[in-house]
Design a protein around this ligand. Structure first.
Ligand SMILES: [Zn+2]
Length: 344
């Protein structure tokens, strides 16, 4: 699964504002420059929003930014941050509208390009996302995570190329046959699958809640599939069919631009063992929210069951990019139908 990158930017703009009384008139200053009152008020709202953004209070931040933009609709810092907030609230189409108009007004807004790329990625517009990330990399060649962005672009290009070669549109109720990577079957259908989830971990960013979240992901697949796939949790890795590992280094080759990875060990084209890697620390030392980790876990469990490709529909958990909104992840009817074709 490829990560959406908007969350990597926490350089929210702080504007220095000053209000003084010179003779009879009120003087409003931003960064030492006298400005009209509306721009001054907008900067105050925007600064309030910045604090809320750092606390990840997205809805409250959105309302402050709305107030800022009512005062000064052209304010770049507020539009930039509004884009990030809208992505985090899962309002991707609104984010695209705000950010598109910002980069049209000022193409040097590098952060807006990156967030716009993430928004396009989240709605499955891969070609548009690639254009945005490329613009970002041209503007910020020395950005500390430029290498990761380059990997992301490569990943997106590969995904785009695969879609072009298959040239098929996915069926309305399943995507098994039309994903470029297709599906793989397990060698043995001796269910329940034995799953090893570590009880704890010493990796950075690990939260005790993650164990439950991961177990829940397996249970969600089991119940959504009406017990077509069943799991039993075991205490020892060596007894497992599927085992899970927490990792805290986003630069590890296995992750590239991804937050999770399912490694399938195969023999004669059949799966013998699956290993799920999940990343606890993303870029900028951020840890994913529980909702994001839940969706990431569900997605990688889907791969471990043999769904190798991705859906083209963002309502499916096997959509190629993660939804960073607080919405809880679910296995969709289409995911279930696709799985069903593997476990007939
Ligand atoms: Zn994936």
């Amino acid at each position: 699964m490829i990560l959406s990158c908007a969350r990597r930017f926490f350089g929210f703009a702080l504007i220095s504002v000053m209000c003084s009384t010179a003779a009879q008139a009120q003087v409003y200053e931003i960064d030492g420059k006298t400005v009209p009152k509306n721009e001054y008020d907008a900067a105050i709202f925007s600064n309030d929003a910045r604090k809320l953004l750092q606390e990840q209070k997205w809805a409250e931040a959105e309302s402050k930014l709305k107030q800022a933009l009512e005062q000064d609709p052209k304010m770049k810092a507020a539009r930039n941050n509004m884009g990030i907030v809208l992505v985090r609230l899962g309002k991707y189409d609104e984010a695209i509208a705000v950010l598109k108009s910002l980069v049209e007004d000022d193409p040097s807004q590098s952060m807006a390009w990156a967030t716009l790329g993430a928004s396009y990625m989240s709605v499955g517009k891969i070609d548009d996302a690639i254009v945005c990330y490329r613009k970002f990399l041209v503007l910020e060649p020395n950005y500390r995570e430029a290498a990761r962005y380059k990997d992301l672009v490569k990943g997106l290009e590969a995904e785009a190329a695969k879609r072009k070669t298959t040239g098929t549109t996915q069926a309305a109720d399943s995507y098994a046959s039309s994903t470029p990577q297709g599906t793989a079957k397990w060698a043995s259908f001796a269910q329940p699958f034995k799953v090893y989830v570590p009880a704890t971990s010493t990796v950075r960013g690990y939260k005790p809640e993650y164990e439950k979240i991961l177990i829940e992901a397996f249970k969600k697949w089991q119940s959504a599939s009406n017990d077509k796939v069943r799991f039993e949790f075991v205490d020892k890795v060596e007894n497992s069919d599927i085992d899970c590992v927490w990792k805290d280094d986003p630069t590890e080759a296995v992750f590239k631009a991804e937050g999770g990875h399912a490694h399938l060990e195969t023999l004669g084209g059949k799966i013998k063992h699956a290993k799920i890697y999940l990343l606890t620390v993303w870029s900028m030392n951020l840890t994913p929210t529980d909702a994001i980790m839940g969706k990431l876990a569900l997605h990688e469990v889907g791969h471990s069951l043999g769904i190798l490709g991705h859906s083209d529909n963002r309502d499916d958990i096997m959509f190629f990019t993660i939804d960073v909104s607080p919405k809880e992840g679910q296995v969709s009817p289409r995911d279930v139908k696709t799985l069903g074709e593997l476990y007939k």
